[in-house]
Design a binder for this molecule. Structure first.
Ligand SMILES: NC(=O)c1ccc[n+]([C@@H]2O[C@H](COP(=O)([O-])OP(=O)(O)OC[C@H]3O[C@@H](n4cnc5c(N)ncnc54)[C@H](OP(=O)(O)O)[C@@H]3O)[C@@H](O)[C@H]2O)c1
Length: 253
């Protein structure tokens, strides 16, 4: 990763062009033995190169999708973008800052009101979520999207985002949201960093919850590394019909 310029990384990680429907990239970091957390969060698994790619994922997206469990565990409040990120987004014709979209059945979320110029966050929830919680989030500046009665129908949720012009979906986890997206066959790309660590038993995997009947086949489309951390990018195989498969593999022995 170190040897690549920001522009080269952008070319590797950019979304397919001319999207006409939501395209979902999911990001995770895992230990070599499959743990999705160390002491309850992903922080101890990461590396500056992984963070660089994570940041780039935000800079290239229309919206940052995250589950409420991750938002609570990792202290998500909103998305901020530095000047370089805003410049990149302007060059690519994207809004200055991508909104955060938090999936939550309970609407138990703490948000910071968006800073002036920052995007309004979305809370994607259900009609059964307590009205008082929904009202409190609206007061904090969020837009509430109702995408189901007792659970969020993720296909409906993505359609609601698409109706707002948000097709480049960057999902930052967590494991239950990833399980739900896989169960509804909504994942186009997985960006997975493997950290050179053995975490031992105890922590969960990067996917939990919903079962799928058939394993989804993937193409490895790029592999980068730095300091023993490997960053894989996998795409679903076959791609959804409107997507041209593009190979941008960067093998660095
Ligand atoms: N290693 C990594 O890269 C990585 C990445 C992300 C997260 N994590 C870790 O994963 C852990 C959290 O795991 P998690 O599985 O709880 O995270 P999660 O998937 O982010 O959150 C699960 C919660 O999201 C909401 N949710 C997800 N799908 C829903 C649906 N279809 N309908 C309604 N609500 C839905 C529910 O929220 P409510 O409870 O509000 O109803 C559910 O309890 C944390 O420790 C975090 O640090 C690791």
């Amino acid at each position: 990763v170190k040897s690549l310029t920001d522009f080269e990384l952008e070319r590797i990680y950019d979304y397919p062009s001319n999207l006409t429907q939501p395209w979902v990239q999911v990001n995770f970091v895992s230990s070599a033995d499959g743990a999705a957390t160390l002491n309850g969060t992903s922080r101890g698994l990461s590396h500056p190169a992984d963070k660089r790619i994570f940041r780039l994922g935000r800079e290239l997206a229309d919206v940052i999708l995250v589950g409420a469990g991750t938002a609570r565990a990792e202290g998500y409040r909103g998305v901020t973008m530095n000047e370089a990120g805003k410049n990149r987004r302007a060059r690519l014709g994207l809004s200055p800052t991508p909104p955060l979209a938090i999936v939550s059945g309970s609407a138990e979320i703490i948000l910071d009101s968006p800073a002036p110029g920052d995007a309004q966050p979305f809370i994607i929830t259900t009609s059964q979520a307590p009205q008082s919680k929904r009202d409190a989030l609206t007061t904090q500046g969020a837009e509430i999207l109702i995408a189901g009665e007792d659970r969020v129908d993720l296909t409906v949720a993505l359609t609601m985002l698409a109706e707002r012009g948000l097709l480049r979906i960057n999902c930052e986890g967590g494991p239950h949201l990833f399980g739900g997206l896989l169960a509804e066959d909504l994942v186009d790309q997985l960006c997975l960093t493997i950290s050179p660590l053995l975490a031992g038993a105890g922590a969960g995997r990067i996917v939990e919850g919903g079962l799928i009947e058939t394993a989804q086949k993937l193409d490895l489309v790029s592999l980068l590394h730095e300091d023993g951390f490997t960053m894989f990018r996998y795409r679903r195989k076959p791609a959804k019909p409107h997507i041209e498969p593009v190979r941008t593999a960067q093998w660095k022995p």
